[in-house]
Ligand binder design. Structure first.
Ligand SMILES: [Zn+2]
Length: 684
């Protein structure tokens, strides 16, 4: 499941004053201020110096990041409008007195429980009292591990992270998998990096955040400070044996299939058979251990740290994990650290928005059914299915023309490309929420029920064949992904929307840049990036490349690693290796999308619209997909945690490699984006 590629952070969107982009429309706009790309531009910036700013700078200037956000862009605008619409649906459901057990009852009561602050404040930490007592009663390592198992079910973080996913080497089979985890900070690098942002985050986390959480549990200040240190020491020990972001992208290195008895030799302090049974993974005999050295460290930690230390570690994970569903002091500290220190937000979102976001996470497909009924008719779906096929055909022509790939490998590549399965708009079958229990009594208890529901949903897959029709995103998500184990691209309806624009106002050039290149082409080429190319047409981790072709691919890819390593964000280098797959996909999407666009009437006619040529509009359309800006803290954090480069580099980086970009905007030596032709990367 960690293999799934996403193009950016998830945004929820929909129900808006906009309609869908059309791949077929060719109508033109007469007024520049209505032009979906022109209205965002900053023409005082030279396109060759900073194309991102040239394309989007006007909008970014007029739309500063609101206080409650760490970033603000096209996805957020869509998300805001969706929430307004969902609020009405929630309140209607709440007032309808729907029959117990129906989706409407669940939506209404979930919203009620989240908004019932009188009850939440009155209860304080009380909803976690029984759970804290369970931690208090732990006496042995066995007790501790039993609690770890129970926490898998109710959704509390522990050093063990288990889940059921496709076997990378036998994609039709579901297998139990173990991953590294157990940290309070979002990546292991935060525990060791010496740059100012990482140091600040780490210091606040140790000296302020953790001790505040312990203080809120009722410890006096001296105890709280000591407890925070104890908790932090366990986390740091686990972080030290955790793999770095770029090392998690090697599918072979992170595939270590073994029997449960073999796992018991790696980590003998845990009775794995008992653990898996207690965690709801029935009759597990085989497990894929993604990072065995991490589990050796967990085993060691169970001996190294006394039970009293582990109890503090777990109390923090329990309370921290549920802070946003508890009373104000817990919620505010959670926001202060994770919202402000880590990502630079100035204030919290209004409560109703946060509750709706949670609801979207819990029952997103219930809301999604309402969304597509109104906004994604069958006709629209057909249109995007067609655009996928145009991109597939153009990608094949690109592979045909490659001078570095042998005929033997090309044959296999055609086969894989032909089998890329597109899921467009929304799923054929909706998930069944009948076993999910939601009431008005307690927001926190609703969240525990929701976590349990999703745990059981996943655990029940064990021993059953893979359901290849399943969707890992809701249709109202402003995002998309490629799943190498299914060799599929999943394109939620919402990703094709442009806020504030009507279908008939958008020309093909923009559609091919925005929808075909930055989404469809991007996801399609993920099947052939440094990671995806290691999976075959059936989604199995199995080599199909001639060795000399692999060498040539890696040589081209290394140029892109070097290019991105060279970019600086607030003095910090982008991680070229960790972002390689995404950068290959961006570059691939752009060059394939452009050639697909060249087959359209608009390109052939060559007429300018509002002073822009078709190709210029294509590049502006692509840039529209990355119309977003981040706060400094947020950018510095995502450089550590995200396999995607910052938005401005997802435009400026790959454009610097594309010859048509230089031609279209007359980029010359001396312009900041100009790259020596010998350094320009061409993979597809
Ligand atoms: Zn991607």
């Amino acid at each position: 499941m960690n293999m799934v590629k996403i193009i950016q952070k998830t945004f929820l969107i929909g129900f808006i004053t906009i309609t869908f982009l059309s791949a077929c429309t060719n109508k033109q706009v007469n007024y520049a201020e209505k032009d979906v790309v022109v209205k965002n531009m900053d023409t005082t910036t030279k396109p060759g110096d900073d194309f991102f700013k040239y394309a989007n700078g006007g909008w970014l200037k007029k739309n500063p990041i609101p206080a409650a956000y760490s970033s603000w862009g096209i996805g957020n605008v869509l998300e805001e409008e969706l929430r307004d619409r969902l609020k009405k649906i929630n309140i209607d459901a709440l007032n309808a007195k729907a029959e117990e057990g129906t989706n409407a009852q669940k939506i209404g009561d979930f919203y009620y429980s989240g908004m019932d602050t009188l009850n939440i404040e009155k209860q304080g930490i009380a909803p976690l009292k029984d759970e804290l007592a369970k931690i208090e009663s732990v006496k042995t390592v066995t007790d501790l591990v039993n609690l770890f198992a129970y926490y898998q079910i109710i959704g509390v973080q522990t050093p063990i992270s288990a889940g059921v996913g496709q076997d990378a080497k036998n994609s039709g089979k579901n297998l139990l998998q173990l991953y590294q985890g157990g940290l309070g900070l979002p990546d292991r690098d935060f525990y060791f990096n010496t740059d100012p942002h990482s140091s600040e985050v780490r210091t606040d986390y140790q000296n302020k955040h953790l001790s505040t959480i312990f203080g809120l549990m009722g410890y006096n200040s001296a105890e709280a400070i000591n407890n925070a240190k104890t908790d932090y020491n366990i986390e740091k020990f686990l972080a030290d044996s955790s793999r770095k972001l770029e090392d998690l992208r090697d599918p072979y290195h992170n595939y270590n299939k073994m029997t449960v008895s073999k796992l018991s030799l790696i980590a003998p302090n845990i009775n794995w058979k008992t653990f898996f049974e207690a965690a709801g993974y029935k009759n597990a005999d085989t497990v894929i251990v993604a990072q065995p050295e991490y589990y050796r460290a967990v085993n060691k930690a169970l001996q190294l740290f006394p039970i009293s230390d582990w109890k503090l570690y777990l109390k923090d994970k329990l309370v921290s994990g549920f802070s946003s569903y508890l009373s104000k002091p817990f919620d505010q500290e959670d926001f202060r650290f994770f919202g402000t220190v880590l990502t630079g937000k100035k204030e919290q979102l209004p409560r109703w928005k946060r509750v709706i976001d949670q609801e979207n996470g819990v029952m997103g497909e219930v809301l999604g059914q309402l969304f597509v009924k109104e906004y994604f008719p069958e006709k629209t779906k057909e249109r995007y299915v067609k655009l996928v096929e145009e991109m597939r055909a153009t990608f094949k022509e690109h592979i045909d023309r490659l001078d570095w790939m042998s005929t033997k490998t090309k044959e296999k590549a055609y086969e894989k490309l032909a089998k890329v399965y597109p899921k467009v708009g929304y799923p054929d079958h909706w998930k069944d929420f009948s076993t999910l229990k939601i009431s008005r009594a307690s927001y926190l208890v609703n969240m525990i029920h929701a976590n349990t529901f999703w745990h059981n949903y996943n655990a029940n897959k064990l021993g059953k064949p893979v359901d290849r029709t399943e969707w890992g995103m809701t249709p109202q998500t402003y995002n998309a992904y490629y799943n190498p184990s299914n060799n599929e691209i999943v394109l939620p309806a919402a990703i094709f929307l442009v806020p504030g624009a009507r279908d008939e106002d958008i020309d093909d050039a923009v559609v091919y840049g925005y929808g075909a290149a930055s989404t469809i082409g991007h996801e399609m080429t993920h099947g052939f990036d440094d990671e995806g190319r290691q999976f075959d047409a059936k989604g199995n981790l199995k080599g199909w490349w001639q060795p000399e072709d692999s060498v040539k691919f890696t040589k081209h890819a290394q140029m892109l690693v070097d290019q991105f390593n060279g970019y600086l964000v607030y003095g910090q280098h982008v991680n070229g290796k960790a972002t390689l797959g995404e950068n290959i996909a961006d570059l691939g999407g752009i060059v394939i999308g452009l050639d697909a666009f060249k087959k359209t009437q608009q390109y052939k006619e060559g007429k300018t619209i509002n002073g822009l040529t078709p190709v210029q509009r294509y590049f502006l359309g692509y840039s529209l997909g990355w119309l977003t800006q981040n706060r400094k803290e947020s950018l510095l954090s995502t450089i550590i945690t995200d396999v995607h480069a910052p938005a401005f580099l997802r435009v400026n980086g790959p454009f610097s490699d594309v010859p048509e970009f230089y031609e279209a905007f007359h980029i010359k030596k001396g312009d900041k984006m100009w790259l020596d032709p010998a350094k320009r990367v061409k993979i597809w």
